[in-house]
Design a protein around this ligand. Structure first.
Ligand code: ATP
Ligand code: MG
Length: 251
């Protein structure tokens, strides 16, 4: 297994307040990494620093052997890093299929896109994406009529039209029913391998279903890292989550 993403000493400070503190992370190709931690641990900020949404104070991010920190958000996206935000941004007055088409045509390089359409691979990609996120039956539905879970899957699909090598997702199951969460774990397990994923999540049952390795952040640093069983039994972790019942009760 080779590393696809490396964070070296990544730091984000606001005046005297350090939010991400000399943070190191290595994620292997095809892996699904869960990033956990209490509120304010620095998880979303770390995603912002990887994707160039925020400028880091110091440190370095390397993606596929290339330094990407310092590049614009747009260029980082072009390197093959996609991100799904917490708040869905689908066009409610367009159908599922139309939203996916819009996402496909706004893919970073319009010229490449034309060529791809010419070869028919744009259509193939749409088909693949629809199957991956399980919206085959909903293609002609207006997006405004979708359930919360379906809207989230559509948005994951929209990011997938770019065929990102690395996909970042911040609390994808927030607000989902148990059934929708279960379906989302199926989707993520299908994406693994072909894509590398970093998922921020509070739902421990979900994390257990999907994660290879967990990185637990606290005060901008790694508190623990490893398989779920190891991390949840770590005394340091139990201490951070009040009541020392462990991370299972934190959500
Ligand atoms: N612009 C800012 N100025 C100062 N502090 C900030 C700023 N933006 C975020 N912070 C602080 O940085 C810390 C980390 O925030 P971040 O959003 O990364 O946490 P998180 O781990 O994603 O938390 P949550 O689980 O609540 O989403 C928080 O204490 C937050 O208040
Ligand atoms: Mg957050």
């Amino acid at each position: 297994m080779s590393a696809i993403l490396e964070l070296h000493g990544v730091t984000k400070a606001y005046d005297a307040y350090t939010v991400v503190d000399n943070f190191n992370l290595t994620v292997n190709e095809g892996e699904l990494r869960c990033l956990l931690g209490p509120n304010g641990a620095g998880k979303t900020t770390t995603m912002d620093l990887i994707t160039g949404r925020q400028k880091m104070t110091s440190g370095k991010v390397v993606f596929q052997g290339r330094k990407i920190s310092g590049m614009s958000e747009h260029r980082i996206c072009q390197q093959g890093i996609g991100r799904k935000f917490q708040i869905p941004a689908v066009f409610k007055d367009l159908t599922v299929q139309e939203n996916l088409r819009v996402a496909l045509t706004r893919t970073t390089n319009p010229f490449m896109n034309m060529i791809e359409f010419g070869r028919g691979s744009g259509r193939e990609r749409l088909q693949q994406v629809v199957e991956l996120v399980g919206l085959q039956e909903r293609l002609d539905e207006l997006s405004g009529n979708l359930s919360h879970g379906e809207t989230q899957w559509l948005e994951i699909g929209m990011v997938l039209t770019q065929n990102p090598k690395l996909l970042l997702m911040d609390e994808p199951t927030a607000g989902m029913t148990e059934q929708e969460t279960q379906k989302t774990s199926d989707i993520f397990n299908r994406l693994k391998g072909e894509h590398t994923l970093i998922v921020v999540e509070h739902d421990m049952a979900f994390v257990r279903e999907i994660a290879d390795i967990i990185t637990l952040m606290h005060l901008g640093k790694t508190l623990a890292e490893g398989p779920m069983d190891q991390v949840e039994n770590d005394p340091k972790v139990r201490e951070v989550y009040l009541g020392s019942e462990g991370i299972t009760d934190a959500a």
